[in-house]
Design a protein around this ligand. Structure first.
Ligand SMILES: CSC[C@H]1O[C@@H](n2cnc3c(O)ncnc32)[C@H](O)[C@@H]1O
Ligand SMILES: [Zn+2]
Length: 443
């Protein structure tokens, strides 16, 4: 039976038991982690295995980007230095209205996946138009993903009304639900864009089917204040009244939270997805990450789309989370390097309900892994490989990315996506988008 032995200088299993192992190997059989052994023992016990030596590397669980709009990679940098609502209403939604198509989502998702694989990300949780197309691209590229059944109150090329969104989403779920690398959460856009009727209908389905619900919540003070003015209720209170605060909810952003709301989320088992760079760039606010973690809330990490971040770099995102977590918590011990790595791996798997499959390096789980070369001058010396990863390393130091034991990047070369082709398709879209954006600015 064919086996691969991956030798690494350090392994960070993120299993809650040990911070790292030195000079160990991961044995991969049929896409799964079959053993984690001292290097010499692995060589003795598995003499016929293919051997991958990564002698200066830290092997980590594949990173899980728990909130993306992958195809928005084609809009990277198109509108900058704006707050959320003007950014969305005056720039992004008009562009989406003009250009959204199956081809846009196929090309944009490929661009995003190429970027993510190059940065050690093995799994992403997406909310975007044409989820059927996104799922097909994920299948081809070999990544793992959550593909959202989107729901929003206004008509788009994907669906004309909330019932059609739900029907089309459920059809996508039916097609992909038995896929070994794809899950299909509901993805209502936000409290301010989905009214009570559709949310209630969706919640009934989510409860019956025990499916996750991925939603932007309390992204800005404006969102919360507006809701209070218009409906006399904060959005979280409204979601609570609608029965949505459950362990199936993945609430993204959550920059505006009272102590009582943190306690309520902890008691309800809500997962929070922290997107620090998008929150910083749109000046949305600082999520109270350490307070959430102290209360027992599972906090995962996501970049958001490349139009608001403007990259899908999970190593960078970990560093930002650790650094602003200290300012938000007024405590240098808040959001440690280990906490950031947990948020980018096992916490994302828990949020998506796939922690039995991925998120840590443990025997029996899928071999979703990334190797990071720490021998660069910029990461020397290495006293603590997790601190080196979070505080000093860059995504260019990721050399290999595996999903279910398959190398999607080997020695910096992508194996399932053609980089030149992805870049050519990107450039063609950029020309079209630039012309539209320029015409809009003039008018
Ligand atoms: C229904 S598809 C997703 C929808 O969300 C928009 N979007 C992208 N980033 C954000 C964000 O940070 N907050 C709210 N909405 C966002 C995206 O443009 C699509 O229209
Ligand atoms: Zn988002």
């Amino acid at each position: 039976m064919s086996e691969t032995v991956i030798n690494a200088r350090w392994i960070a299993p993120v299993d809650g038991r040990r911070r790292w192992l030195e000079n160990h190997a991961v044995v991969v059989r049929q896409g799964r982690i079959a053993a984690i052994l001292p290097r010499d023992d692995a060589a003795r016990a598995h003499p016929d295995a293919e051997v991958v030596d990564r002698p200066h590397h830290l092997l980590i669980p594949g990173l899980i980007n728990a909130h993306t709009h992958a195809a928005m990679n084609l809009m990277r940098g198109v509108a900058n230095d704006l707050p959320l609502m003007p950014w969305l209403q005056e720039h992004i939604w008009p562009l989406e209205g003009q250009f959204m198509s199956q081809a846009f989502v196929a090309d944009g998702t490929d661009l995003a996946m190429a970027e993510m694989i190059r940065g050690g990300t093995t799994c992403f949780n997406d909310m975007y138009f044409f989820p059927d197309v996104a799922a097909d691209r994920v299948d081809r590229a070999g990544m793992r993903a959550g593909i959202g059944m989107i729901l929003i109150d206004f008509p788009t090329v994907w669906a004309a009304n909330p019932d059609e969104y739900l029907d089309k989403g459920l059809a996508v779920r039916d097609e992909w639900r038995h896929h070994e690398r794809i899950v299909t959460p509901f993805a209502p856009h936000a409290p301010y864009t989905v009214s009570d009727g559709p949310l209630t209908k969706m919640r009934t389905y989510a409860d019956e089917m025990d499916v996750r619900v991925h939603m932007h919540v309390h992204e800005t003070a404006h969102e919360v204040n507006n809701a209070v003015e218009q409906h006399g209720q904060r959005p979280l209170a409204r979601l609570d009244a609608l029965g949505l605060l459950t362990p199936n909810l993945l609430a993204v952003h959550m920059t505006q939270l009272t102590d009582a709301e943190i306690e309520r989320c902890a008691a309800a088992g809500v997962h929070v997805i922290h997107s620090p760079e998008s929150n910083l760039k749109l000046a949305s606010g600082l999520a109270p990450v350490q307070r959430l973690r102290d209360a027992g809330v599972n906090v995962a990490l996501g970049t958001d789309g490349a139009a608001s971040n403007n990259d899908l770099d999970m190593i960078g995102e970990m560093r930002t989370a650790a650094l602003i977590g200290k300012i938000a918590g007024d405590d240098a011990a808040a959001v440690s390097a280990d906490a950031a790595l947990e948020m980018a791996t096992i916490a994302g798997a828990r949020a998506l309900g796939i922690a039995d499959e991925t998120g840590s390096i443990e025997v029996g789980k899928a071999a979703d892994l990334a190797a990071v070369d720490l021998s660069a001058l910029e990461t020397r010396p290495v006293f603590d490989p997790i601190a080196a990863l979070v505080y000093s390393a860059s995504r260019e130091q990721v050399t290999d990315t595996w999903v279910a034991g398959r190398a999607l990047m080997r020695d910096r070369r992508l194996t399932t996506l053609d980089l030149d082709d992805v870049m050519q398709r990107t450039d063609a879209w950029a020309d079209k988008l630039a012309a539209f954006a320029a015409a809009q600015t003039k008018s």
